[in-house]
Structures are given as structure tokens and as C-alpha cells.
Design a protein around this ligand. Structure first.
Ligand SMILES: [Zn+2]
Length: 216
């Protein structure tokens, strides 16, 4: 069995299982200054570029020509060099014999079953969607900050002083402090709150205290 047959089996599996992504064979991967070739990659192209790697498959023919640990190390090397979350060690053409793994984070690799592999890729979010959300968080934070400041202004802002109007000892009207009628005719005046005055007195027609005091 040639390795190319395994690569074709993986490509067919990727295309059938994950039609929303693209598949490429023999894809160059940069390891620092060295260049390696990943056998099959599942990726999300961006414009004409390879875009984001979703999964990498390391393909081996049967019987496995190198120690399994070495094959796994190759796959993990490709995954960490490209920051790829999912990997397949495809030995032979039968998916039942393949190993699936996930790079959880910081190159912590765990073996997963095929079902979790497929579900994980179905829910895969491109790297850009994970990292470019910082500005949304800042916008949300600023929005919340703005609302909290407005609310606290409304709650903590001191109430305006109760409007004060003036009455005389015998009159039936209430007045502003500077009312001409009060100055000319009254010897004494008493301050009362406007709401109390409105209940028991009528507004003076000269100084219109019901208008001027409320709008203060
Ligand atoms: Zn008056």
C-alpha cells in the first residue's frame, strides 16, 4: 500500500464529512527556518490563501514503516507549528484504525474519538473569530460603563431644592420672593413649599409663582 492511497482516503473522508472546509494535499508547513510537508490539511481558505488550518492528517501506509510514537510526534510537530487544533494519524485507509487528537491549548495534546473529532470540527471557530473579539469586549465594557454612570448620576444626583413660594398672613395667594404686590402691600411674608401652597392657595396673577418656581 502506497502512502498516496492513504492520503486520498483522508481527502475523501474530509471532503465528505466537512464540506464547508477545503482540503489540500502536500501542504508546505514552516518549522522555524525549515520547511515541512503536511500530508493532508483541512482548512478554511481566506481569499486565495490557505487561511486557517482546521485539521492536519499525517498519513502512513500499512504496515507502519516507523515507530508509532515517531509518527505521532510528526503529527504533533505539524499541529504545533501551525497552531492547528485537530489532527489525524491515518494509518492505512480504514478510519477505524486512525488516531484522532486535539491540541487543547499550549500544545497539550489529547487523544479523542472520531465522534468528538467530527463534532469539534463542526463547531470549529476560525482563529480570527476567537482573537478579534477583543474590540467587541471593550465596546461592551464601555457601553456598560456608560449605562452605569448614567444610572448612578440619576440615582445619586441631589434632588433640586423644593421650590419655595411666599404667602402673607391673610392673603389667599402665594407669590415669588420678589413679587411687586408683596413688596407694596404686605408687611410680612412666610415661606412655604410650592406643593403645599398649590393645595391651599391660588397663584398670584402678577408674579405667576406656579410657573417661575417650577421651572427653576
Ligand atoms: Zn405675587
Amino acid at each position: 500500500m502506497r502512502e498516496a492511497i492513504v492520503e486520498q482516503a483522508v481527502t475523501t473522508y474530509f471532503n465528505r464529512q466537512f464540506p464547508k472546509f477545503s482540503t489540500s494535499q502536500q501542504c508546505g508547513v514552516q518549522f522555524g527556518v525549515k520547511q515541512g510537508i503536511a500530508d493532508v490539511i483541512l482548512h478554511q481558505p481566506i481569499r486565495d490563501e490557505t487561511g486557517y488550518f482546521v485539521a492536519i492528517a499525517e498519513c502512513k501506509r500499512l504496515p507502519l514503516p516507523i515507530p508509532r510514537a515517531q509518527a505521532r510526534a510528526q503529527l504533533k510537530g505539524y499541529m504545533s507549528a501551525t497552531n492547528t487544533q485537530y489532527g489525524v494519524l491515518a494509518v492505512g485507509t480504514d478510519p477505524g484504525n486512525w488516531e484522532f487528537c486535539e491540541n487543547k491549548y499550549n500544545n497539550w495534546f489529547v487523544e479523542i474519538n472520531q465522534e468528538d473529532f467530527e463534532r469539534g470540527i463542526e463547531n470549529w471557530k476560525p482563529v480570527s473569530a476567537r482573537t478579534s473579539h477583543w474590540w467587541k469586549r471593550i465596546a461592551l465594557f464601555l457601553g456598560v460603563l456608560f449605562i452605569v454612570s448614567i444610572l448612578s448620576l440619576l440615582l445619586l444626583w441631589p434632588d433640586p431644592p423644593e421650590p419655595i413660594v411666599y404667602i402673607t398672613e391673610t392673603g389667599r395667594k402665594y407669590h415669588t420672593y420678589n413679587c411687586d404686590f408683596l413688596k407694596q402691600n404686605a408687611h410680612g411674608k412666610f415661606a412655604i413649599y410650592l406643593d403645599e401652597a398649590e393645595r391651599n392657595y391660588d397663584p398670584c396673577r402678577i408674579c405667576s409663582p406656579h410657573r417661575t418656581e417650577k421651572s427653576r
